[in-house]
Design a protein around this ligand. Sequence first.
Ligand code: ADP
Length: 219
Amino acid sequence: MQGYFCGAPLVHFNLSLGGPACLSETVKKRDGDMAQKTEGEKESVRRVAVYPGSFDPITYGHIDIVERALEIFDKVILAIAHDISDGSKRSLFTVEERIELAKSVFEHSPNLIVDSFKGLLVDYVGRTNARVILRGLRATSDFEYEFHMASMNRSLNTHLDTLFMMTSKDYFFVSSRSIKEVAGLGGAVEGLVPSIVARRLKEKFNLPLTKENQIGWEY
Ligand code: ADP
């Protein structure tokens, strides 16, 4: 995913980070608001989680995290990051397409809300009722990046915490990036992404829609 550092694109950390100078008025106001909340209100605030990412496109790895999170939280907001404005990182699917795909996947999950955001993630989360940022962990290689991001986001807003869920054994090797690479080369991604996503990938890459023409299918 991509993000901004006080409005400027970040190269190494894709989620929106920033230094103390970036601490926005929104976050400061939220700090004040939180102090005013009653215990009951704080309880309800705790049960909403924001799951941010590029979701370019959404995979069964993401879906597995959402489904498990919905067992814990009353509401999960799947927050899809817009492309950074300088065009240095372009998604395969537009944000509108990524939203549409996520919505169609979760059309029967009323407690899952699909939204999009630009700019600092902590500012976005501060505008929701959530105090938990949800992220998935696949391998140790994810850890360092996630650790930096979670620490910086916490320093920007101490009311927010990042919660990590371990990938499922069935999807530990699945990333949007690998799905795009495999699909772009004509490999079968069915079973790793919902069928609507597999179909859209074929359309994007101008591949035939029949399974028989794909590498990886057993006849
Ligand atoms: P990508 O899927 O390309 O790694 P995203 O930015 O869309 O990137 O991922 C959003 C979040 O979902 C991240 O926390 C990422 O670690 C997590 N995630 C992605 N794929 C999986 C998976 N297969 N299992 C668990 N978590 C995952």
